[in-house]
Design a protein around this ligand. Structure first.
Ligand SMILES: *Cc1c(COP(=O)(O)O)cnc(C)c1O
Length: 465
């Protein structure tokens, strides 16, 4: 097949600075081996997040100039409303400044202490917002999601048996809503099939429980459906999206992902009763109904971005690019979560650095080494992020030690990806030299953002105190 290049050309450039290895070593030491503490200026390729890091199009930038900044009834709001109605089809919607604000407004309205929210897998902020209401966030993804090298087209699916069992055991009155996250971010950006969403809805309908979609990466999910699910290859991604949302009663959205904007989100739903309540809350904590925590120009960029993210040439490039990077790593012998997801590649750090025990933080050590080798910024999803302590202070280790390479949308070319693959392969060649890290300071919650580390040799030199 003919190799297909990026379906856009570049009109504006943002220089990135390549540093020397010596510079990077001193930058890394200064940041105590925590890449969150490195200024972006000192990063060459930034794969920290795909959230809010997209490149906007010429049309979106033009939209910023046309954004209507009226306090009430902005033209840009109506254009966004049109886009949301057209694609998502729900009766009501409110704009929010990002996804977690939509989550907070929804959950603080519908949940009561002790309630249960099933999800295929909760994203961190979704879980935190459920727990903030003293409710319980349950992850019911199918077991195959936990086998890194197991290949399945829809590894993000909800486990229907677990779902039904949960409802029967806990009682439907304890479950004000169920959520499905597309793509399933926390298990590697793995898609959910239409069949699974339809079947989940059937189970929920029997018990009168509404279904909400965590829709952040719905366009990527719908592209996977077109590629992989029987009966969908001749449907447009827009029509697939419409079908997907037709099974739901509402959705929360972070437009910082598949809205192709740097800030923005919304909550959309059908229930008149819930809408009346969330409207009041929006005014209280975000802003008036027709701007909700955003400038008119942001609403305009979001309205345009939502359509652009459904463009199938763009999606083929987008999904293809992540897959391209994954294939190059596999070819170099690196173990990754299979198959590559929609927005990121996850390297299995345990098999990359088998000589580093989990207590010496192999995934964090690899993140630091990739920066040192080539100025890459990636993120640790392992013991630093998820390690917990039991009552005796002993560490409970997570199952997986992963390094995430989240690819921003429309930002890097395949040349950049070739460079990234090369850097990782070079580090892989000399992996035996890499040593673990230890934590020298940490905060009690969300420690990965601020923890400080030092390499183990240094600790040994200082008398292993
Ligand atoms: C990013 C994300 C959110 C939260 O959105 P923000 O815009 O970051 O607040 C919720 N769910 C999923 C699956 C996400 O990826």
């Amino acid at each position: 097949m003919l190799h297909f290049p990026e379906p856009f050309k570049i009109k504006m450039v943002e220089p990135i600075r390549k540093t020397s290895k010596g510079e990077r070593l001193s930058i890394l030491k200064k940041a105590s081996y925590n890449l969150f503490l490195i200024p972006a200026e000192d990063i060459f390729i930034d794969f920290l997040s795909d959230s809010g890091t997209s490149a906007m199009s010429d049309s979106q930038w033009a939209g910023l100039m046309q954004g209507d900044e009226s306090y009430a009834g902005s033209k840009s709001f109506y254009r966004l409303e049109q886009a949301v109605r057209d694609i998502f089809g729900f009766r009501h919607f409110i704009p929010t400044h990002q996804g977690r604000a939509a989550e907070h407004i929804l959950f603080s309205t519908v949940l009561r202490p002790g309630d249960i929210v099933p999800n295929n897998t909760h994203f961190d902020t979704t879980r935190a917002n459920v727990e903030l209401q003293d409710a319980i966030a349950l992850d019911l993804v199918e077991e195959k999601a936990f086998k890194p090298e197991y290949i399945h087209p829809f590894k993000g699916n909800m486990d229907l048996e677990k779902l039904e069992k949960t409802i029967q055991e806990k009682g439907p009155e304890k479950i004000p809503l169920c959520m499905i996250t597309v793509t399933n971010n926390s298990v590697g950006g793995q898609p959910v099939s239409i069949k699974n969403i339809r079947a989940s809805k059937e189970v929920l309908s029997r018990y009168g429980i509404p279904l909400f979609v965590d829709a952040c990466r719905y366009a990527e999910n719908c592209f996977f459906i077109k590629e992989r699910e029987q009966g969908y290859k001749d449907k447009s991604v827009l029509d697939i999206a419409k079908e997907l949302f037709s099974y739901a009663d509402g959705a929360t959205m972070s437009a910082k992902k598949d809205g192709l904007v740097n800030i923005g989100g919304f909550l959309a739903l059908n229930s008149d009763e819930i809408f009346e309540k969330v409207k009041q809350k929006l005014i209280l904590i975000e802003g008036f109904l027709t701007y909700g925590g955003l400038a008119g120009r942001d609403l305009e960029a979001m309205a345009r971005g939502l359509y652009e993210a459904l463009d199938e040439d763009y999606l083929a490039h987008r999904i293809g690019q992540v897959r391209y990077l994954g294939e190059r790593l596999i070819r170099g012998g690196v173990t990754i979560i299979q198959p590559p997801g929609g927005h990121a590649i996850f390297i299995d750090a345990k098999s990359f650095l088998p000589h580093i025990p989990q207590k010496d933080l192999p995934a964090q050590a690899l993140v630091a080494e990739l920066y040192l080798e080539g100025g890459l910024r990636t993120s640790e999803i392992g013991t630093v992020m998820f390690g917990k302590k039991d009552a005796t202070g002993a560490v409970i280790y997570p199952e997986l030690e992963l390094v995430r390479l989240a690819v921003p949308r429309r930002v890097y070319t395949n040349n950049h990806l070739d460079y990234v693959a090369q850097v990782i392969r070079q580090v892989y060649e000399r992996r035996e030299e890499i040593r673990g890290l230890r934590i020298i300071s940490e905060s009690p919650t969300l420690r990965h953002f601020t923890a400080r580390f030092e390499p183990l040799e240094a600790a040994a030199a200082a008398g292993n105190k």
